[in-house]
Design a protein around this ligand. Structure first.
Ligand SMILES: *Cc1c(COP(=O)(O)O)cnc(C)c1O
Length: 412
């Protein structure tokens, strides 16, 4: 069955919860063992003191290690990406930082695409160096050979341990080829040391891009965005094979940054409508983009649906790895910050807020908000200017979204 058909039931056994059709909130810190022997054997497995028998499941111990709301959520999330296992976290940042800390050690080199989400960028450039981890970055359009050469130029190519990608780029929708990231990781992999590939897939959500199928080892999400989808919860997730997610879960246990039962329950509820919400968002975004493409106060529209054969490599990457055009649109109004702000202040239905992927449409000004902290040279190179506005298209009537945009543009 398709994942959307399984989101209401997969992994939950009603008879274990008094027949309740929905998974209750297991608001409990600890779980009662039936016997001392059972407690002993649960701990042996949890701490890796022995392997699980074939039929054995890890019993419930303590909510920092496991909790039914989190386990069912994790099992359901694996279905979208075709992953063996998932670990959920209290935020996207905690998922990302836990992966970076698990797969990098002092002396290592990290290769990333650029630009990255501001929080990830800060952790990689300001915090990882304190642990002796260096970073080298590449941008959209650089070739395989150029990227390999820039890694070699660091003089630490034998220390490359992780390739970390984010695609499409926020807010310009430029695409990075995930399989190219994999080729570069393979190029620097040696018999005794595998270079892993991690992809932050937040911008496309679990529906529209499946990085594991293009060679990624780990997929990361801010579940605050499409997965949560209602702007009412902060959460994160990491997916991959059993070996890698077991490593991530061990570090999560000791950092203590797992999601709580409430967060797990909210996300279980959100997942039931994930496909329905994202389908409508993509449908609406296409109509909003069509409107923007033809408006005389708009200079340029950045939207995956606008890529054509003429865009060459970018179009090819889109055809290869994106299953839809998404619901994120950026555009340049004719003018400067003044005109962009006039537009933003004139919106009535669309809310002026950062974040994305939620039921309500949101608009923001990357240059002074989400990307305020980005190096000005990089901003200029990426065409993040004063006149750019970013939209996250929600599930409202597309006619109402468009008429709100139209009346706000009329004020410019
Ligand atoms: C929001 C976001 C994050 C951070 O997630 P939080 O849930 O806010 O911690 C990371 N990556 C991307 C691409 C995001 O949009």
């Amino acid at each position: 069955m398709k994942p959307e058909s399984l989101m209401m039931s997969y992994g939950y056994k009603p008879h274990l919860s008094e027949g309740a059709i929905k998974c209750p909130i297991f608001q409990t810190s600890t779980f009662v063992f039936k016997s001392a022997e059972e407690g002993k054997s649960f701990f042996e497995i949890a701490y890796g003191l022995r392997q699980k028998n074939e039929k054995e499941e890890l019993g419930l111990i303590y909510s920092r290690i496991n909790n039914p709301d989190l386990e069912i959520l994790e099992n359901r999330l694996t279905l979208w990406d075709g992953a063996e296992q998932c670990a959920v976290f209290e935020s996207g940042m905690s998922a990302i930082t836990t992966v970076l800390l698990e797969f990098l050690k002092p002396g290592d080199l990290l290769l990333t695409s650029s630009p990255l989400y501001g929080g990830s960028d800060h952790f990689i450039k300001k915090i990882l160096p304190k642990f002796g981890i260096e970073v080298v970055s590449f941008t959209v359009g650089q070739t395989r050979q150029e990227i390999i050469e820039s890694v070699i130029k660091t003089g630490k190519s034998e220390k490359l341990a992780l390739v970390y990608l984010e695609t499409p780029a926020n807010p310009t929708n430029d695409l990075i080829d995930i399989s190219l990231g994999k080729e570069i990781a393979d190029y620097f992999t040696k018999n005794d040391k595998k270079v892993y590939v991690a992809v932050d897939n937040t911008y496309m959500g679990p529906l529209w891009q499946h990085p594991l199928k293009h060679g990624a080892d780990l997929v990361l999400y801010s579940a605050t965005k499409y997965i949560g989808g209602h702007s009412d919860v902060i959460a994160g997730a990491c997916l991959g094979n059993n070996e890698l997610i077991n490593r991530v879960k061990v570090l999560r246990t000791f950092l203590g940054n797992m999601a709580g039962p409430w967060t797990g329950w909210l996300l279980l509820r959100s997942l039931e409508t994930l496909k329905a919400r994202m389908d409508i968002q993509a449908f609406n975004a296409k109509r909003v983009a069509d409107f923007l493409n033809n408006h005389n106060k708009i200079e340029r529209v950045y939207y995956l649906g606008n890529f054509t054969e003429k865009d060459g490599e970018q179009f090819k990457i889109k055809q290869k790895q994106c299953l839809a055009d998404g619901a994120m649109i950026s555009f340049d109004v004719k003018g400067t910050e003044k005109e962009a702000f006039k537009f933003l202040n004139g919106l009535k239905l669309i809310k002026l807020a950062v974040s994305l992927g939620s039921t309500e449409s949101l608009a923001e000004h990357p240059n002074t908000m989400t990307h305020a902290d980005v190096d000005p040279i990089l901003k200029a190179k990426m065409s993040i200017t004063e006149k750019m506005v970013r939209l996250s298209v929600g599930v409202e009537s597309y006619e109402d979204i468009i008429s709100d945009i139209k009346q706000a543009l009329d004020m410019v």
